[in-house]
Write a protein that binds this ligand. Structure first.
Ligand code: GLU
Length: 283
């Protein structure tokens, strides 16, 4: 589906998702993203699923799941069927890992995340140096992914182009904007990029709505769709929301957690107005 004009046939199968990670409380940015996802799915008569991204057991908390569900309902959002928990879907991720390994797309990597991040201490993510690459043949020595990090070997200089329904034409270049990225962590947790692509494919998601902080991830994920032989969905990245100091809301909610705003007596409509008034208008 490419925005604008939708045929009746397309309306029959469109599906979106809400995908909170229960490592913290939902904030104003989540409210805007999830409200947009809900509106876009329901306006086209599509389905909407709730997927809890709880793979990182060290950092995820059950009470954040309960609070997220409660916050979403308070915002007036609904979804179809029971929530899907990523922690219950490891078999699917393992199948994808095997396919990527057999296809020569990934390799076992002995470098730690810390070794990579010190290369560019002031950016969100350093580009993994190609001189640190292992050979994809090494991958075939492994029967299971546990015990070592696994990275996707990005095609050198490949320009990934996609049309975002909000930001328009987006272009990211492999080895400039992003490097070989993690698909599996050595503590045996599937990485975000892989789990999301596997789930979006398996759940039949036709439009992904998420925050603009994930625009580069989308380029990585498009490479994973290609490697797995799947059709990528349409993309809508919603603008990021900032706090009163102009800092974008991320892990820290800067006092703009939905729970706090609710406690102050704000209504869902007021919360959404506040979010819209504080968007940062750049990718
Ligand atoms: N779980 C991610 C988050 O809470 C969103 C991932 C996605 O929508 O692809 O930011």
């Amino acid at each position: 589906m490419d925005g604008g004009f939708c045929t009746v046939k397309e309306l029959d199968w469109s599906a979106g998702r809400l995908a909170p990670t229960p490592t913290g409380r939902l904030h104003l940015g989540h409210a805007l993203t999830f409200f947009t996802a809900h509106q876009r799915a329901r306006q086209t008569g599509g389905s909407l699923f709730l997927r809890i991204e709880d793979l990182d057991r060290q950092r995820c908390r059950r009470h954040f799941v309960r609070e997220a569900v409660d916050d979403l309902k308070w915002l007036g959002l609904d979804w179809d069927g029971a929530p899907v928990f990523q922690s219950e879907r490891k078999r699917l991720y393992l199948e994808a890992w095997q396919r990527l390994r057999d296809g020569g797309f990934i390799y076992p990597c002995v470098r730690s995340r810390r070794e990579v991040s010190v290369l560019a201490p002031h950016s969100d993510e350093a580009v993994f140096p190609i001189s640190w690459r292992a050979s994809v043949e090494d991958a075939l020595l492994y029967e299971s992914p546990a015990g070592v990090n696994w990275r996707f070997r990005v095609p050198e200089g490949r320009v990934v182009v996609f049309k975002d329904q909000h930001f328009g034409h987006i272009q990211k270049t492999a080895l400039e904007d992003f490097g070989d990225f993690l698909v599996w962590n050595r503590d045996d947790i599937p990485a975000y990029e892989l789990s999301v692509v596997v789930d979006d494919l398996e759940m039949g998601i036709t439009e992904v709505v998420r925050g603009a902080d994930l625009l580069t991830s989308t380029a990585r994920q498009i490479l994973l769709y290609e490697a797995l032989g799947g059709q990528a969905p349409a993309w809508f990245h919603s603008p990021l929301v900032c706090d009163s100091l102009g800092q974008r809301l991320a892990k820290r909610s800067g006092g703009l957690a939905l729970r706090d705003l609710r406690a102050k007596g704000m209504s869902p409509a007021q919360v959404l107005e506040l979010a819209a008034a504080n968007v940062l208008n750049s990718g």
